[in-house]
Design a protein around this ligand. Structure first.
Ligand code: ZN
Length: 498
């Protein structure tokens, strides 16, 4: 079997994955900023790295997967949003900042469960690691790569770049940085325009603030990931993941901080998923196309023709290689929904198929099926190509259905081949891709509908026999459960849910 190769954004090539400690793998993925509701843009990185996590475990690694929660204010696009997002929103909604953080953290966790993403091994919060961040900043100052100005501390990018390859990950050069950082907040107190904040002095109205050797303030965004990754994964670890939009300035800054503190580029493999566009357009507030996950699942955004099951979204995302752009639209999602149904039906047939012979009657077909199944691993090992694995699965569907419909003889394939297909479908669909049959999961609802109809029928019978005690009991108890029955004038019964 081939070995896993991943595309390393840092070296810009596919490399064989070799963990630092044999049998163990450490992975850090930048988590959400919990100052607002998660949207579609958050679905892709967390589903992508959930599959990476699952695949590493499938390969036998004991994985420590660390995904942080950014709950301290930061400058998302440094300078462009001059205020701390979390405390600004908290004042508008008149909430305690941590109450807001909790609310959006809960919502995020709920959405991750809908997608069937596994919990990370550790989910550290920025506010829970202020001490570690302060220690790291002190080390950078002592090393001569950061300086204090009016209670804020800045990383000296110009000095760093004289000795280290700043910009290697993102491909940005110093001139670019000058260009993009011209208007930034706090510019006047920095030594160089390219420098970034490690610690910010808190203005009086700022709610989230901590004591530090430089006065009351709050950490810059980049330092939290460096501090938490170091604490839980060590000075060097295997994989650092996130969306491509985080390469600069976030990951570039993480690399600089860790290089000074820990004398290492923190991760050996940098994996970045590409972005989602919507109907060909970049997602953005100005386009009015930022679809919240709650809107996606309920179909309540104007761009959506219907609601989409979280599993449809997951399947849709996995149908494209994680490094390609992914265009989101109703048609594409509806096609994904149909495609996934076909696969589940085939999977179901495969589970019940009593077929096969000791020696396959159709050796050529048998060999082709074997080859397609073997390709699952080949494609995954080739930079996690979930899209190609699904394509190979789809090629097997007509064979599976053919045996069911008896177009293909039950003896055409060997029992061993059918068993191999069964195992591979289970491993990939359920364990590695983390998909769940959305209709099987909804089967309970079908049963409940039946139970409700039964109660309505019993009540009708009771009423016709003038047994009002029973009919009222059914109506009242259902009402307590939030199911409201209403007798219409024409004798029919309408049902509504409170
Ligand atoms: Zn991060």
């Amino acid at each position: 079997m081939s070995t896993l190769k991943v595309y390393n954004s840092y070296t810009r090539q596919k490399e064989e994955f070799e963990s630092l400690v044999p049998g163990y793998a450490g992975m850090y993925v930048c988590g959400p900023t919990v100052s607002g509701e998660s949207h579609l843009g958050h679905a892709r990185p967390f589903i992508t790295f959930d599959v990476v996590y699952r695949y590493l475990m499938h390969l036998g690694y004991k994985v420590r997967y660390v995904r942080n929660i950014t709950d301290a204010g930061h400058f998302e696009e440094e300078g462009r949003e001059a205020e701390d997002k979390i405390s600004a929103k908290a004042q508008i909604e008149k909430l305690e900042p941590m109450e807001l953080v909790q609310k959006y953290t809960n919502l995020f966790h709920w959405a991750m469960k809908q997608f069937n993403n596994l919990d990370p091994s550790i989910e550290p919060t920025a506010t829970g690691h202020i001490v570690e961040q302060i220690e790291m900043i002190k080390t950078i100052i002592d090393a001569g790569y950061a300086y204090e100005r009016n209670g804020s501390v800045y990383f000296n990018v110009v000095k760093y770049a004289e000795q280290f390859p700043y910009g290697k990950l993102s491909g940005r050069v110093m001139d670019d940085l000058l260009e993009t950082s011209r208007e930034l907040e706090g510019q006047e107190e920095k030594n160089n325009k390219q420098d970034f904040a490690l610690w910010k002095a808190a203005p009086p109205e700022h709610i989230m603030r901590w004591n530090s050797p430089w006065g009351e303030g709050f950490p810059g965004w980049h330092i939290e990931c460096s501090a938490m990754a170091t604490k839980y994964l060590g000075k060097q670890f295997d994989i650092h993941g996130g969306g491509m939009d985080l390469q600069f300035p976030h990951h570039e800054s993480e690399i600089a901080q860790s290089t000074i503190c820990n004398h290492h580029v923190p991760a050996r493999y940098w994996l970045h998923n590409n972005m989602i566009t919507i109907n060909g357009r970049k997602m953005g507030k100005s386009y009015n196309n930022v679809i919240k996950l709650t809107e996606l699942f309920s179909g309540s955004h104007p761009l959506l023709e219907q609601s989409y099951h979280p599993m449809t979204v997951r399947f849709f995302i996995l149908q494209t290689h994680y490094r390609s752009t992914l265009d989101f639209g109703n048609e594409a999602l509806q096609a994904a929904q149909k495609g996934m149904r076909r696969l589940w039906e085939a999977y179901d047939v495969l589970g019940k198929l009593i077929a096969g012979a000791n020696v396959a009657a159709d050796a050529e077909l048998d060999a082709r099926c074997n080859k397609l199944v073997d390709e699952f691993d080949e494609f995954m090992n080739d930079d996690l190509n979930t899209a190609k694995v699904l394509a190979s699965m789809f090629e097997l569907v007509p064979v599976i259905n053919g045996i069911k419909d008896k177009h293909i003889s039950a003896e055409a394939l060997s029992t061993a081949t059918i068993e191999k297909m069964r195992k591979a479908f289970k491993a990939y669909l359920e364990d590695i891709f983390g998909l769940q049959d959305e209709q099987a999961a909804g089967g309970d609802n079908g049963k409940l509908d039946g139970v409700l109809q039964l109660l309505i029928d019993i009540r009708k019978e009771a009423k016709s026999k003038k047994d009002f005690a029973t009919s009222d009991k059914i109506r009242n108890q259902l009402q307590e459960l939030g199911v409201i029955l209403k007798d219409e004038k024409d004798g029919s019964i309408s049902v509504s849910f409170a």
